[in-house]
Ligand binder design. Sequence first.
Ligand SMILES: *Cc1c(COP(=O)(O)O)cnc(C)c1O
Length: 392
Amino acid sequence: MPPIELLPEKEFRSHAPGCWKDRGVAETDWNSAAWQLKNRITTLAQLEEHLVLSDAERAGVLLSGNKLAMAVTPHYFNLMDPVDPDCPIRRQVIPRIEETLDDPGEMIDPCGEDAHMPVPGLVHRYPDRVLFLVTDRCASYCRYCTRSRVVSGVGAQTLHLEHEAAFRYLEQHTEIRDVLLSGGDPLLLSDAKLEAILTRLRAIPHIEFLRIGSRIPVFLPQRITPELCAMLRKFHPLFLSIHTNHPRELTTEVREGLARLADAGIPLGNQSVLLRDVNDDPAVMKSLVHKLLMCRVRPYYLYQCDLIKGSSHLRASVSRGIEIIESLRGHTTGYAVPQFVIDAPGGGGKVPLNPDYILMKDEQRVLIRNYEGKVFEYPEASVALGTPRTLA
Ligand SMILES: *Cc1c(COP(=O)(O)O)cnc(C)c1O
């Protein structure tokens, strides 16, 4: 089997036909979200029709059924290298035996969400905003999913999606001005269902800002129809955060879907998870953030991988993350640099991590360094204690 040609990273190309063997698929089928969902890869036999699996993958697939289901859309699957198990696309969605390793620091609910759910499906951790889990299903399942306990339908817990209870909570809590729809993947809901949720939220006067977190633009760009975009644009201000980890994910189809969303006036952000041998490399990350800007997507967060059970083989070090940020800041467009964060284990929320640019700071001055390592001094503003800042 010839290895698939790796793309020059600046190019937006679909890999179709990539590793997907069934060349008989009609273009109208391939371009249909319903066809993509119906033909997801969910079994070992299907995987082996298209790929040469490693022993670690084969064993991982056999053991994944009671932890987090395997499902991969043909679109995303088609980006895989058919022979290399270390392919960055394969590492994200094909289970491996390492998922069964017991790492003492790892948890079932690493961000302590269950403890911050006043009603099922609503995580209220920060004063003015909530995370609203509207579904427990995704188009494909990321092996490092922080919510694997509740998504995909095979894990230890079920998420009781009490939309009515959540709406009542939101109506009563006037301090909430920002609602983030997530799940599962909200864009897996039908247009009608999603529109009903957004309409209900928009009827609550204190809710100013709506956003959706979704990996559908990447896993299932066929779902980003003109109809969906026309519906979403009625609910502005509405932002959308996508989730890409590797430049190869930004194909022609994905870029076109993102263009439809951007043309509907939806500001787009990206959240990446730092993953070992996927994107823990400055060159890969630089290529990714540049492609994102070309798609009008602003890199928002780079997450240190949550301490979810069975993810140790995908975890890169915190130092690596800081190095990557340092390799970007100043060296490329400021808009291209995401904020590196750790979602604090147990439920402390997102904590920003930055390279140290302050070398020394006292009451008189700050010593700083720039991206090239050159040192500068900035005199601290001298405001003596008790001196009014403005003249009376
Ligand atoms: C990430 C997150 C948010 C949103 O955080 P921002 O920093 O505002 O993007 C809100 N609630 C919860 C529980 C979250 O995990």
